[in-house]
Each structure stands twice: as structure tokens, then as C-alpha cells.
Design a protein around this ligand. Structure first.
Ligand code: FES
Length: 130
């Protein structure tokens, strides 16, 4: 095997290892996020508040619609706890998301998880399943 062939082989081996590590990291992150306990959580609800941080959930009221997102950042799972300039901001490494949960600044590149919820008791409470 010539020097050029060895270099190509080495580059392919390194690229394969990096891809494998990325896939493993991705799987472990998703497993970590999905292992969180799921139960029904009830919180007081205020339809007039644009963004409310309720433990591990973010409740968003806009355009006559209520959306609940997971507050766990899809980068490494820190809890998002800040809303500034129209963006949800992770305190750990600065990822930012829009109010639909789409990442607009990395390192996170996946959407925040949407969580099923219903408004109960004549609009005074929100029941979140997650
Ligand atoms: S955990 Fe949120 S940016 Fe890293």
C-alpha cells in the first residue's frame, strides 16, 4: 500500500469513527430526554401571558393558540428558562429557539418537543401530559 493509499484509508477511517461517535451521541441524548418521567401536571393558566415557564414546560399563548413545549434544550438537556427579544434562550450554551420551538441559533439543531396539553376548569388551569 502506497503512502497516498494509506492517507486515504486513514481519512476514511477517521470519518467513519467521527460519524459513529456522532450517531452514538445523538442516540444517548434522545434516550436521556425520553427517560424523563411522564405524568399529568396541572398548573394555573393565564391566557394573557405570552410565555410562561412552568417547571419543565414552556407554555406559549400567541395568535389565539396555546402551545406547550418541553423546556429541555435539545442540545444537552439543560432547562430553558429565559425569554428575550422573542427568543427562548438556553442558559448553558446559548441555543435559541423561536416560539414554535424551532432552533434559530446553535449549538442545538433539533426542535423543542411539543407536549400535549388541555385547558381545563373554564380556562383557569392547564393540564400538561409529559
Ligand atoms: S444544553 Fe442548551 S445550548 Fe447546550
Amino acid at each position: 500500500m502506497g503512502t497516498k493509499s494509506r492517507r486515504i484509508f486513514l481519512k476514511l477511517a477517521i470519518a467513519s469513527m467521527v460519524s459513529l461517535l456522532f450517531i452514538l451521541w445523538n442516540k444517548l441524548t434522545l434516550t436521556h430526554l425520553s427517560l424523563k418521567e411522564k405524568k399529568v401536571n396541572v398548573f394555573p393558566f393565564n391566557k394573557k401571558k405570552l410565555v410562561a415557564f412552568l417547571n419543565r414546560f414552556i407554555v406559549i399563548n400567541q395568535n389565539e393558540k396555546t402551545t406547550v413545549l418541553s423546556a429541555y434544550c435539545t442540545h444537552l438537556g439543560c432547562t430553558i428558562n429565559k425569554f428575550e427579544n422573542g427568543k427562548l434562550i438556553c442558559p448553558c450554551h446559548g441555543s435559541e429557539y423561536d416560539l414554535e420551538g424551532n432552533p434559530v441559533k446553535g449549538p442545538a439543531y433539533k426542535n423543542l418537543e411539543k407536549i400535549a396539553a388541555e385547558i381545563t376548569d373554564n380556562g383557569t388551569n392547564i393540564k400538561i401530559r409529559g
